[in-house]
Write a protein that binds this ligand. Structure first.
Ligand code: NDP
Length: 316
């Protein structure tokens, strides 16, 4: 196993592979430590997405796993090495950094953290069975699928993401329900008002998801009210928008993060609070969270790492 790297990339989603493509083409011989996301597969959130229709360059769409395979092959073509294991900790107190993995330590001059985030899901009866069969955690990714066209849909959550997803889904669904567990939106006033005033959206305050049912695909969602009442909704789509959790626990205490754990970057760059450590993709982006924006951030991180290494060499 390689125990030294100029550029070590942690992750295996679009940000990680794009960083690897750029770094390998710059002859920096990157090492990708492709970890396993919660759930045990590598490749990030796209591994649990079916059809990706909004990634530029794929006229007829591409499946999430296939897209990851293509990006990985492209990165390997230019000499990227891949280590299949999880990073458990990065000691940033000395240079080179010591990247601790389940297969041993690697000394890295620069590190690009591209470990992504995972969308929170509710686990109630039926949600596991109908995951990807009507249930999704990303309306922007999946909302336009034929499965959801002209059908009644349900969004769970009351934050900005839930509002944005509900509004987006009105383009495709015949009606959009949104259920929130309190009597007030957490979302910004403007987003909440747009949702409340939209003729295709019905808001269910004080309701939580109790269970879902279906046949081959989802057909029904049952809501339980805080007052004990129940509602049965005939829906073909259910979208969780109850927040994301960035995969940054292994950096706790090492680096500046916001209150939710997202890595903080300096302005429009990938620079973190630690010199030589860069961040890309959903682990540093709670706003856009798209495969293409992650890929773009991966490119930025590789260019920032390249520039940093060049400056270090000049200083010596
Ligand atoms: P938030 O944490 O803001 O909201 C999560 C929502 O999910 C809340 O309504 C919360 O309810 C609800 N929720 C959480 N857990 C459960 C549960 N177990 N059961 C039912 N409901 C639950 O997450 P978002 O993803 O919406 O937003 C994250 C950040 O990104 C925010 O800062 C947001 O402003 C920002 N953002 C901005 C956008 C924009 O400006 N256009 C677009 C998207 C996001 P409760 O309120 O009761 O806690």
């Amino acid at each position: 196993m390689k125990d030294k790297a100029d550029v070590l990339i942690v992750g295996s989603g679009p940000a990680a592979w794009t960083a690897a493509i750029y770094a390998s083409r710059a002859n920096l011989n990157p090492l990708v430590v492709a970890g396993f996301m919660k759930g045990g597969v590598r490749g990030g959130q796209l591994m649990t997405t079916t059809e990706v229709e909004n990634y530029p360059g794929f006229v007829d769409g591409v499946s999430g796993p296939e897209l990851m395979e293509i990006l990985e092959k492209q990165a390997r073509r230019f000499g990227t090495e891949v280590l299949e294991t999880d990073v458990t900790r990065i000691d940033t107190s000395k240079r080179p950094f010591v990247v601790e993995t389940k297969k041993g330590n690697v000394a890295a001059e620069t590190v690009i953290v591209a470990t992504g985030a995972y969308a929170k899901r509710l686990e109630v009866p039926g949600t596991e069975e109908y995951w990807n069969k009507g249930i999704s955690a990303c309306a922007v990714c999946d909302g336009a699928l034929p499965l959801f066209r002209d059908k009644d849909l349900l969004v769970i959550g009351g934050g900005d993401t839930a509002c944005e997803e509900a509004l987006y889904l009105t383009k495709f669904g015949s009606k959009v329900h949104i259920a929130l567990r309190r009597d007030v939106f957490r979302a910004s006033k403007i987003m909440a008002e747009r949702v409340m005033n939209h003729e295709k959206i019905e808001v269910h305050y004080n309701y939580q998801l109790e269970k879902v049912e279906g046949e081959q695909f989802l057909t029904k969602a049952f809501l339980k009210g805080n007052d004990g009442s129940s509602k049965e909704l005939e829906v073909s789509g259910l979208f969780f928008a109850i927040g994301h959790t960035p995969n940054s626990d292994f950096l706790e205490g090492e680096i500046a993060r916001d209150e939710s754990g997202y890595l903080l970057v300096e302005g429009y760059t990938s620079k973190t609070s630690i010199e030589g450590l860069f961040a890309a993709g959903d682990v540093a982006d709670k706003r856009y969270r798209q495969a293409i924006t992650s890929a773009g951030m991966g490119c930025m991180a590789a260019l920032d790492a390249e520039k940093f290494l060049a400056e270090q060499t000049q200083e010596v």
